[in-house]
Design a protein around this ligand. Structure first.
Ligand SMILES: Cc1cc2nc3c(=O)[nH]c(=O)nc-3n(C[C@H](O)[C@H](O)[C@H](O)COP(=O)(O)O)c2cc1C
Length: 304
């Protein structure tokens, strides 16, 4: 029997597909809906210590097929309000991962601990939104380490760190997060990018600069996962350009234990089921028993 369940630190996922942060994760009902459609776990929208309205429209644009530019500005109702939504989402059968952010390590720790109290199964630290202040945390090895240490002191649930690809050496930051006690790495958030409307002669997004997601991001994300896998031992969750089961397999072969689907959700919520079924068929056809057997096998010489 082929088994597509995976272990992610202390979490047990029925399949390796996870809803990425910022996509439908703003209410308990929506998170439940995605869980019911077949996701192995769900990540909430990034939540901060206080309510935040985000940037003015336009904040999302399709720049070419299946590739988007967004600068939402981390709109969220603040952790006190969101705790109710998280409790609702916990009614489902899959782990709920709370994405959290703050301006300082102690704000991260505060939001993470409130999320734990509300029932989150894990937290994902968003130190990486490329068009908000948190980006600077994710660009500094020291700040990432400090943030992880503070959060680890504040919670007992697993702590994942979502990395910013807008750095010279993503591996250095991943290693710093691991040394500081992180239980997993999510790679990657969006890439800083912009587009200009040639008729208005103005940038497309109100914030001018945003983050690129979708198909165009996939080769960059696969490279990041591959390089991180060579250098850290904690599990990696891939995010970037997954629209089809073969894209998920590519990330798993590079070193990911599970995969997040963000922009791919534009094709419909059946995507979680389709990708899980595709992964299972691939394993069966190749004669593997479980997902773990293929994690990182694109590294010819093994992990190191
Ligand atoms: C509209 C939109 C909003 C997003 N909001 C968040 C967010 O709040 N927190 C976060 O960590 N990532 C956020 N992301 C990044 C995604 O979670 C994901 O890392 C990225 O889009 C790459 O995956 P994809 O190509 O599957 O979309 C957002 C992405 C999009 C497109």
């Amino acid at each position: 029997m082929t088994d597509i369940s995976v272990n992610l630190s202390k979490l047990k996922l029925r399949n390796p597909t996870i809803l990425a942060s910022g996509i439908m994760g703003i209410s308990g009902k929506l998170l439940l809906r995605v869980a019911n459609e077949g996701a192995g776990a769900v990540v909430t929208k990034s939540i901060g210590p206080e309510p935040r309205s985000g940037y003015e429209n336009p904040c999302l644009a399709e720049v070419f097929k299946n590739t988007y530019l967004n600068a939402m500005g981390l709109p969220n109702p603040g952790v006190k309000h969101f705790a109710k939504e998280l409790k609702l989402a916990k009614g489902g059968s899959v782990p709920v991962i709370a994405s959290v952010f703050g301006d300082t390590p102690s704000e991260f720790a505060y939001v993470a601990s409130e999320m734990e109290k509300a029932g989150a199964d894990a937290v994902e630290l968003n130190v990486s939104c490329p068009h908000a202040e948190v980006a600077t945390i994710g660009q500094s090895c020291e700040l990432v380490s400090e943030t992880v240490k503070e959060v680890k002191k504040a919670v007992r649930i697993p702590v994942f760190v979502k990395l910013n690809p807008n750095v010279t050496d993503i591996v250095e930051i991943a290693e710093g997060a691991e040394k500081a006690g992180a239980n997993g790495i999510t790679a990657i958030n969006t890439i800083r990018a912009m587009a200009i409307d040639i008729n208005t002669c103005k940038p497309l997004l109100s914030n001018r600069i945003g983050g690129l997601s979708g198909e165009a991001l996939r080769p960059i994300a696969v490279r990041c996962v591959y390089e991180i896998y060579q250098n850290v031992k904690i599990p990696i969750v891939a995010a970037g350009g997954i629209f089809h089961w073969s894209h998920a397999i590519e990330h798993i072969l590079a070193g990911a234990t599970a995969v997040q689907i963000g922009t791919g959700v534009v094709s419909g919520l059946q995507i979680f089921q389709e990708i899980s079924t595709g992964i299972k068929k691939y394993l069966e056809e190749k004669g593997y028993q479980n997902v773990q057997e293929i994690v990182g096998i694109a590294h010819k010489e093994g992990r190191n």
